[in-house]
Design a protein around this ligand. Structure first.
Ligand SMILES: NC(=O)c1ccc[n+]([C@@H]2O[C@H](COP(=O)([O-])OP(=O)(O)OC[C@H]3O[C@@H](n4cnc5c(N)ncnc54)[C@H](OP(=O)(O)O)[C@@H]3O)[C@@H](O)[C@H]2O)c1
Length: 303
């Protein structure tokens, strides 16, 4: 059984990922927060180089999935030093620990590395230009990983929601109960992605690189000839936050009044890309796994 170490294992994606992988892989969960599941767990702060080195060395994983991050986008804007420490330094520490242990690394990154000025879906080769501290700190994490560990996959995803974290869907449903009029921005377009679906996509990638006959694994170390690098993966299709909120309310059969506003009117600390749809074709070609539409995924979540 291949051994996978997951950082951020108690987070929104981490919990779904552990559930998805726990039958076919031996898991070690790592987080600063408390353990949520029954797999083997180590409490560890990724900003502490010694701690993460020791944990990875002891666990001897074939692959590390690095999902731990500071994900509060406005919080990052207000505390850039903390964002840099967790998202950039933390990623570098995880990468160097992987290199030392001979493990491959899957880094979960974000659509926020782009400025949102493109009119069509972003490809992996498109120029990055983050417009927020969060996006910049995650991009610096990508750069540190590329530099430190050859065996890396950088998976950029977008607009996550899931059962085990604070997210837009739950916020809209809660607000619809208490507020008469909901105001939602209509000038940002992206692809909402269900963490349960993203967990399946990560599994498809892991299966592809650890189980296919051409990528045989020996001992506890992988011998890959996979095309490492950047991949985009999100639920398919695109929508504005406003239309997304309307669909959430329709599926939940909640008749709340909802009005569109601009990002300027909302006036949040961090800027967000106006268009951050990701082109998934490279990921589909490599793994054979196609993510379903955001509407289908949302329907299942709301139900
Ligand atoms: N959420 C999105 O919309 C979105 C979109 C695109 C990409 N992503 C990326 O996807 C990944 C997973 O996101 P998510 O929404 O599942 O995040 P999340 O729910 O915030 O989970 C991240 C986990 O990392 C932990 N963590 C924070 N600082 C740590 C540290 N110093 N050492 C160890 N663990 C630490 C967090 O603990 P605390 O909760 O105690 O801080 C949390 O349990 C992240 O890398 C994120 O950048 C997210």
């Amino acid at each position: 059984m291949k051994r996978i170490l997951i950082t951020g294992s108690s987070g929104m994606l981490g919990v779904d990922l552990c559930k998805e992988l726990c039958v076919d892989y031996e898991l070690i969960g790592v987080d600063i927060a408390k353990a949520i599941s029954t797999y083997s767990y180590r409490k560890c702060d990724i900003t502490n180089k010694q701690e993460i080195f020791q944990v990875v060395k002891k666990a001897r994983p074939n692959v590390v999935v690095h999902a731990a991050a500071m994900t509060d986008v406005d919080g990052c804007e207000l505390n850039p030093e903390k964002a840099r420490r967790i998202n950039s330094e933390g990623a570098k520490n995880a990468a160097l620990a992987c290199k030392a242990a001979g493990a491959a690394l899957i880094y979960i990154s974000t659509d926020f590395v782009f400025d949102g000025k493109k009119k069509s879906p972003y490809k992996e080769t498109d120029k990055t230009n983050p417009i927020s501290v969060y996006g910049d700190s995650k991009l610096k994490g990508e750069e540190a990983i590329k530099k430190a560990v050859k065996k890396h996959f950088i998976l950029r995803t977008s607009w996550l929601y899931g059962k085990h974290g604070k997210n837009f869907v739950d916020t809209i449903l809660a607000k619809a109960k208490g507020e008469k009029v909901l105001k939602v921005v209509d000038d940002q377009v992206g692809s909402p992605t269900y963490t349960k679906d993203l967990a399946k996509a990560i599994r498809a990638l892991l299966d592809r690189v650890t189980k296919s006959p051409s990528h045989q694994v020996t001992c506890s170390r992988p011998r890959f000839s996979a095309p490492y690098g950047i991949y985009h993966v999100s639920n398919s299709g695109k929508v504005s936050w406003f239309d997304y909120a309307k669909e959430i309310l329709r599926l939940a059969k909640m008749p709340a009044k909802i009005v569109p506003i601009s990002s300027e009117e909302l006036d949040r600390p961090a800027s967000r890309p106006a268009m951050s749809v990701l082109d998934n074709s490279k990921f589909i070609k490599f793994t054979g796994y196609r993510m379903r539409s955001w509407q289908e995924a949302l329907k299942e979540y709301v139900r």
